[in-house]
Ligand binder design. Sequence first.
Ligand SMILES: Nc1ncnc2c1ncn2[C@@H]1O[C@H](COP(=O)(O)OP(=O)(O)O)[C@@H](O)[C@H]1O
Ligand SMILES: [Mg+2]
Length: 337
Amino acid sequence: MSRVIAVYNQKGGVAKTTTCVNLSAYLALEGKKVLLIDFDPQANASSGLGHPAKLNEGSIYHGLFGLAEPEALTKPTIFYNFHLIPSSQHLAGALIELVNIPEREYKLKQFIDKVRDKYDYIFIDMPPSLSLLTINGLVAADEIVIPVQSHYFSMEGLSQLLEIIELVHKNISEKGLKIAGAVMTMFDENEPLSHKIADDIATNFPHTIFKTRIPRSAALSEAPSYGRPVILHDPNSTGARAYEHLAKELIAQETTRQFQMPSQMMSAAQAVHNVTSEQVHPLPNEADILIDIKVPTPQPAAQPQPVASGEEPVRQAPFGSAQDKQEEPIHDDAFYF
Ligand SMILES: Nc1ncnc2c1ncn2[C@@H]1O[C@H](COP(=O)(O)OP(=O)(O)O)[C@@H](O)[C@H]1O
Ligand SMILES: [Mg+2]
């Protein structure tokens, strides 16, 4: 059974992309079939895996609007069992194009449904903020992993986040959303503030908190500039080891899955809200989208055009196909398991 996991925190810079890329790589190392969908117009996961965004190539934008099938968008990575669907700047425009099309909040889900049987894990690297893109990501996901930066302002963000999850669950999600867990990122053992934040969250966050804490690690911040996950850059670094452990924790959930059901989430959100109410800011204006999310839109779909050059995206073979087996590694230093 596949798990579709959105890595989400509406705050930027909390290590969503770093977590997606490195968790995916270590799950692949553990033998899992993994797809990472870069769903952020900034395309950091794409460049971090050696596929910088190109306007004339297929991206998740094309998948979102039914302009390309998943197999046509899939890029290889260092592991034969780890695929990427890249993002591109087109995705920023999708935000507006989505507004007038029917079932606008289900577009990513409809795309993922075409491939979910081929993978054990499908990660969605979510954009920061709250928008129709974010809603598509949350609706498509079965579960959420929440990176929490070991930073003073994290708690207020968590309260908002649980409210967003609850809104999406109640209004749109078909199967409901589960919180796989929160993971502390950029943790500094020698920094009392890091420990204080971890203690606060342990006390107040009413869902799973992964035991693994991701330390602040130069290797993790350097690896993307080489277009690689940390496992290829510095596998013995503390950051690499941490993501390896986190992958194992996630796998362990497969047998001992004890998620809090979404019906419990509002009280959970309230619990965090109570603790942080003095610090909580109102939701951003884009949250208004949630309010009319079920209103039918009679206008015909504004059809997005394929990319200007008309080039066909490179076709990748699905797992297990004859073509897949013949495929040569794309990196000289690729290693396969
Ligand atoms: N554990 C870490 N140690 C050091 N730097 C990190 C760590 N995790 C992430 N970073 C760096 O912090 C920045 C933000 O991380 P990123 O994963 O892009 O966050 P987000 O996707 O949430 O915006 C990036 O430059 C990244 O390399
Ligand atoms: Mg990111």
